[in-house]
Design a protein around this ligand. Structure first.
Ligand code: ATP
Length: 421
């Protein structure tokens, strides 16, 4: 399993057994991951390596953009490497709905200019119908390729009994951790400064179990399922992350004062896990207070771990605090597969075709993907181009307070990519 960059320095491995301890950092650092060289790319970086020559530095912590990757994998499961034929990677591309296909086209264009040896297996799902066949094909494609870049897939609530395909996809691929690293970009108008937080969200259960029924007419029950197994797994993941990427504090977010059993169990798992990490401060906060604190004083948070729905809400708040849905990328990780998408998981349906969508979140997701595939040069070139465009040239779409179109932003990014590829 993989941990997205922003935070990754070494590639830990773990056992599926709940009680199994993670291997020590030092013991895994030099191991060759059987998840494929691609996966362990950032994990192989050690602080004593000379810094990569950066064509551009602006005080922005590149680790936020570059370090997001390392892999954890089961000791007892062979994990095939991401598909690579003739030196080229094949990556599943699910543009999804709304602005997804526009964004996907921009990414394809950038990859071409950057010379990224990536072939996309693009699958358009039909959101006007359940399209079961198409969806199964998409799943098979991700399983074959090991990795995907994805826009958000709309869930038509009119399809009764039809679960969100985003949720089903995460479940079927075992993508149990969603990681969103949120950090201010210099010069970008933000509601708060000094935000540098990693939000780790349990991605498979709790409110997203999808088990709902009407017990008697007018009474609907929705089951929130929290298990010790998945709570321990995500807690372990969070503390491992904190250890690897020098995060000093882990805050567990919950509502255990009301949901004493379910959130109580989640909190207990975090507490138990924290005992194994005496060097990391452990803290807990109730979700309602946390939402307010995230808006008022987000700098107090370092790394946060939480159940599914709280993670959804807080990632969106955090993205909003530093500038909106168009800036931040997010990663879904499991033992075998990694799926890259935007941090706020929006479809942006209301701005389709208007040429005003901010492409940076989707592009940063594609940079995460490139780093994961160990295509670091191409990742670096595209990342730098995005940062120069945003921070130096201030070519901003309306969501950032600018007047530029998506095309303006893309042309500026392409200019740098062409020059440095
Ligand atoms: P839906 O009907 O699915 O809710 P929406 O576009 O109204 O679609 P979201 O997709 O949830 O809503 O997006 C939330 C807000 O963020 C919307 O105002 C949308 O326009 C805006 N937004 C989303 N992505 C971007 C982007 N990349 N650039 C600029 N604005 C964006």
């Amino acid at each position: 399993m993989f941990v997205p960059r922003a935070c990754a320095k070494a590639a830990p491995r773990w056992s599926t057994s709940l009680q199994a301890k993670f291997l020590s950092t030092s013991s895994v650092r030099n191991e060759v991951s059987c998840t494929g060289g691609a996966v362990s790319s950032i994990g192989d970086k050690t602080p004593d390596q000379p810094p990569r020559p950066a064509s551009y530095t602006h005080g922005f912590n590149r680790s936020m953009m570059v370090e997001q990757f390392s892999v954890m994998q089961t000791q007892d499961t062979f994990v095939p490497p991401p598909a690579k034929w003739g030196g080229r990677h094949t990556v599943t591309l699910l543009p999804g709905d709304g602005i997804g296909s526009e964004m996907a086209n921009h990414v394809k264009e950038l990859f071409r200019y950057a010379g990224a040896p990536v072939d996309f297996e693009e699958i358009d799902l039909d959101s006007t119908a359940p399209d079961v066949e198409g969806f199964e094909y998409a799943l098979m494609s991700i399983k074959r390729n090991g990795v995907a870049l994805k826009g958000n897939i709309e869930t038509r609530t009119s399809f009764q009994g039809f679960q969100s395909r985003n949720v089903v996809l995460r479940n079927r691929l075992g993508l149990f951790a969603n990681v969103v690293c949120v950090k201010n970009l210099p010069g970008i108008r933000a509601k708060q400064k000094d935000v540098d937080v990693v939000i780790i969200r349990e991605n498979l259960e709790a409110e997203y179990s999808g088990i709902e029924h009407e017990s008697v007419p007018g009474v609907v029950e929705s089951l929130k399922i929290i298990t010790r197994e998945k709570s321990m797994r995500i807690a372990k993941f969070a503390f491992e992350w904190a250890t690897k990427y020098n995060r000093k504090k882990v805050t567990a977010i919950h509502k255990a004062n009301i949901m004493k059993m379910s959130d109580g169990l989640f909190l207990e798992c975090c507490r138990i896990t924290s005992k194994e990490y005496p060097d990391i401060q452990f803290d807990q906060m109730i979700i309602d207070n946390c939402s307010m604190q995230m808006v008022n004083k987000p700098s107090q948070f370092d790394l946060m771990v939480m159940p599914n729905l709280y993670g959804d809400v807080l990632s969106n708040i955090a993205c909003g605090v530093i500038g909106g849905p168009g800036l931040v990328s997010g990663t879904n990780l499991g033992y075998r597969y990694a799926v890259f998408e935007t941090g706020a998981r929006n479809t942006g349906k209301s701005i389709v075709g208007q040429n005003i969508a901010n492409p940076c979140a989707f592009i940063r997701a594609s940079v995460d993907l490139l780093n994961y595939l160990k295509l670091e040069h191409q990742a670096h070139v595209i990342e730098d181009a995005v940062m120069k465009t945003l921070i130096e040239d201030k070519v901003w779409t309306p969501d950032l307070g600018g007047q530029a179109t998506t095309t303006d932003v893309m042309q500026n990014i392409v200019k740098y990519v062409k020059a440095n590829a």
